[in-house]
Structure formats: structure tokens, C-alpha cells
Design a protein around this ligand. Structure first.
Ligand code: ADE
Length: 273
């Protein structure tokens, strides 16, 4: 039986044979935010189904392919669609693509997501720089035997979201006149949205926004020493903040509305990473 490291090596070797060069940065595009990938120059598309050992993406609004192309001369790979715990994958499967990215030689990661706003300062359509996270998934992708080839048994998470990347994002947002809020992202397992009582609890914990992804990916990336930037697109207000039900169509719709600002900010940040 092949272990994760050997499987990731096979997948990395496959991608190396398909891509024009090793990308410098990997961008993971959240629900409704896939349009950024279509703005990369000289794109090469790789369907997830072709990549050895990769799971397939099952969520509406996620294409399930990687687009490798250029942003101002820099080679970038963008994941149009990620893998979630609620789809039934283990967190090890859901984050396997990051093991592949690392073995391919990628050291820089931008994680984006659609999230529900908890803090009163957040409104649908806002972009929120992730300062830190709270893992409420009751699981950790590093559970199980540790493979030292990837990283240490007990990785530090003090500065999970790279301080200098955060500074770059703030500076570029200000320069472009794009409002950028900031806060703490809490990850729930999903797929049911949270209840108002859960949101009151999560607010008391110190979170500003809530979603169903990103945290396992940050943990795995930091395990391997990758540097992480996280940006949430606030697509709705979390349960109970407004007397209004939450639905996935609204999440996708708001993603489309912020696509222009979001894409502009990503290109500007990538230039300086
Ligand atoms: N993703 C987008 N909005 C969300 C919400 N309110 N709760 C959890 N995940 C979300």
C-alpha cells in the first residue's frame, strides 16, 4: 500500500508533466469565487479527475479543476473547487492536494472562502482578511501517525496567517480603494448552516465570520511550513444575525457580485508575495 507521501509524489509528478512550470503560488477559490482563475493568462486546465489519488469535488459552484496560468508574469495555480469534510472525505483526503502542492515545490498559499458574517461590522459583499482561526470541526487533519517528511508532530499555529502577507493585503486593498475588513474565522463541519444559538456561542468565542473550510487547509499548510494568506468573502449574515434563512444560492450570487474587487485584489497581492 502506498502511503500519502508516495501518492502525493505521484500526483506532483503528473502535474509537473502537465504544467508549463512549477507555480510559485497556489490559490484556492471558495464557493462562487472561481472567476479569478479565468483571468490568468496562458491558462492550462487540469481536471481533478485526471490527477492521481485526488478526490473529486461534489459541490455546486465548484468546478473541480485546477487552472495554471500567469498573473503579471508570475506562475499561479488556482483551484476552482476544494474538498470539504461535509462531503464525506476525511480531513486527510480533503487536504491531500496541499501535500501535492508542497511536493511540487509550491511554498505560498492563498486560501479564500465564502463565509457568514457574525460581527456587526460585516455586511454581505465585504472581504475579510483572516487574522486567525478557531477550529470548531472537532477534528484535525494531522490526527494519526505523523510523517516527518512533511512536518513536525506538534506544529506551531501562533502565526498561522502570515503577518507580512496580511500587511501586503492591507496595503494593496488601501491603494486600490477596496474595503478590506479583518477578523477571526471559525470553521464548522457543516453542511447544515449554524443555528442562532450556535452563532451566539461562536461570537462569544471571539470569531467574526463562520464557514466550513480553510482551517484544515491552513493547518496542513503550516505543518509543511507553507506561508498562508486567507481571505473570506462575506456572502450572508450568519444565522440569527438577521431574521432570514441562509441558502447556498445567495452564497454563490454574492460571490459573483464581489468578483471584480476580489480578482483585482488577488492580482495585486500576488505581485508582491
Ligand atoms: N458559508 C457561507 N455562509 C456561511 C454561513 N453562514 N455559515 C457557514 N458557512 C457559510
Amino acid at each position: 500500500m502506498k502511503d500519502t507521501y508516495e501518492k502525493a509524489l505521484e500526483a506532483a509528478q503528473f502535474l509537473q508533466s502537465k504544467l508549463p512550470e512549477v507555480p510559485e503560488i497556489l490559490v484556492v477559490l471558495g464557493s462562487g469565487l472561481g472567476a479569478f482563475a479565468d483571468t490568468l493568462e496562458h491558462p492550462v486546465h487540469v481536471d481533478y479527475r485526471l490527477i492521481p489519488h485526488l478526490p473529486t469535488s461534489t459541490v455546486v459552484g465548484h468546478y473541480g479543476r485546477q487552472v495554471c496560468g500567469y498573473s503579471d508574469g508570475k506562475c499561479v495555480a488556482a483551484m476552482q473547487g476544494r474538498f470539504h469534510f461535509y462531503e464525506g472525505y476525511t480531513l486527510q483526503q480533503a487536504t491531500f492536494y496541499l501535500r501535492v502542492a508542497k511536493l511540487l515545490g509550491i511554498e505560498k498559499l492563498i486560501l479564500t472562502n465564502a463565509a457568514g458574517g457574525i460581527d456587526p461590522s460585516l455586511a454581505p459583499g465585504d472581504l475579510m482578511l483572516i487574522e486567525d482561526h478557531i477550529n470548531l470541526m472537532a477534528a484535525n487533519p494531522l490526527q494519526g501517525l505523523n510523517d516527518e517528511r512533511f512536518g513536525p508532530r506538534f506544529p506551531d499555529m501562533t502565526e498561522a496567517y502570515d503577518p507580512s502577507y496580511r500587511a501586503i493585503a492591507r496595503e494593496e486593498a488601501a491603494r486600490l480603494g477596496i474595503p478590506l475588513k479583518s477578523g477571526v474565522y471559525a470553521a464548522l463541519l457543516g453542511p447544515s448552516y449554524e443555528t442562532p444559538a450556535e452563532i451566539r456561542m461562536i461570537r462569544a468565542f471571539g470569531a467574526h465570520a463562520v464557514g466550513m473550510s480553510t482551517v484544515p487547509e491552513t493547518i496542513v499548510a503550516r505543518h509543511m511550513g507553507m506561508r498562508v494568506l486567507g481571505i473570506s468573502c462575506i456572502t450572508n449574515l450568519a444565522a440569527g444575525v438577521l431574521e432570514r434563512p441562509i441558502n447556498h444560492d445567495d452564497v454563490l450570487e454574492v460571490g459573483k457580485q464581489v468578483a471584480a474587487h476580489f480578482t483585482q485584489l488577488l492580482h495585486a497581492v500576488i505581485r508582491r508575495m
